[in-house]
Design a protein around this ligand. Structure first.
Ligand SMILES: [Zn+2]
Length: 331
């Protein structure tokens, strides 16, 4: 399976690749040929399996817009029907997974790539001696960013568990302000040229379904708790990023309220997860950072793993900061 950060740079390789596990025979019609009827996999009702379809789908063959697609890693998203593309991330207790849906209406193509699965994408944070986070300059980027010098305005949805907003706000600020323990002042300087602003509570939750799938966007960036009762049991958080070209237009972030305990200060109850740490990591996705894989990078905030009672993700490493500067420049 192709890694999607690399896949974005190698679209020709992607075009040739196929995510099919079964030979379907019906892939794409030759150019100019009228699509007499959609391929069999397209006619299935409900959620479509990415396994059953080619990685690149011609809209003329099967118009996926508005339909839900489930990746082989269990991650699901509704294909945007408003011209946007989508990146979905889920952070799991032992790894992470991603699903990217690129909608190119001009070319009439939709490209689907997935990353990670039930087998953890990253090794456990302690399995091999990782590099010092203050020296490890590794980062990976997503296809889109907010405008340089812009402000990400976000609303908070407390959800039923009433997760404390202060802890969510800390996580958001940690990433934007490049919070670290690598410097005496507690942050990398200069900070990246991107801001954030809390814009009030939202009665509606993030656009993430009960199955931890990215739903239909509502043009509001909503972060907060959500009881994702249909999600796989190891899912901690889900973040969805909608973009047009290279410009991010909306992000939503959901912390799992169902079956997960959260920690936001004082002594950590064993088995609880740090709200601040997880939100810091998810905010990295919001700003356009992707995961860094491999045990040697496990100390970075964008490593795809978090342990219970681990607040380490709340402080950025060199690569997390370098990534932000590469995307936004210095403030
Ligand atoms: Zn992640």
């Amino acid at each position: 399976m192709h890694g999607f950060s690399r896949a974005a740079r190698a679209t020709s390789a992607l075009a040739a690749a196929c995510a099919c596990t079964a030979a379907t025979g019906a892939i794409t019609a030759p150019p100019g040929a009228a699509a007499a009827r959609p391929p069999a996999w397209c006619e299935t009702g409900g959620t479509l399996s990415a396994r059953a379809m080619p990685q690149k789908v011609r809209i003329a063959d099967c118009d996926l817009r508005g339909r839900a697609i489930r990746g082989p890693n269990g991650l699901t998203a509704v294909v945007p029907a408003d011209g946007t593309s989508l990146v979905a991330h889920s952070l799991r207790t032992r790894g992470a997974s991603g699903l990217r849906i690129l909608v190119d209406e001009q070319a009439g193509e939709i490209t689907i790539t997935t990353r990670g699965g039930r087998v953890p994408e990253g090794r456990p944070r302690t399995s091999r001696a990782p590099q010092d986070a203050c020296k490890d300059g590794t980062y990976e980027s997503e296809p889109s960013t907010w405008p340089k010098g812009g402000t990400v305005r976000w609303r908070y949805h407390a959800g039923r568990a009433r997760l404390p907003r202060t802890a969510v706000a800390k996580g958001v600020a940690n990433m934007v302000n490049a919070n670290t323990d690598c410097t005496d002042e507690g942050r990398f300087t200069p900070p990246p040229d991107i801001g954030e602003r809390y814009s009030g509570e939202s009665a509606t939750g993030p656009n993430v379904t009960r199955d931890a799938a990215c739903g239909t966007r509502d043009r509001v960036n909503t972060f907060g708790g959500k009881a994702m009762t249909g999600a796989e049991s190891d899912v901690l958080a889900a973040t969805c990023i909608w973009f047009v070209g290279k410009r991010t237009v909306e992000t939503d972030m959901a912390l799992q309220e169902h079956g997960k305990r959260w920690w936001s200060g004082g002594l950590c109850i064993p088995g609880s997860y740090s709200i601040e740490a997880v939100v810091t990591h998810e905010m990295g996705h919001v700003l356009g950072l992707a995961h860094v894989e491999g045990a040697e990078h496990a100390n970075l905030t964008m490593a795809p793993a978090v342990a219970a009672c681990d607040n380490g993700l709340a402080t950025l490493g060199k690569g997390d900061y370098d990534g932000l500067i590469s995307l936004y420049g210095p403030r």
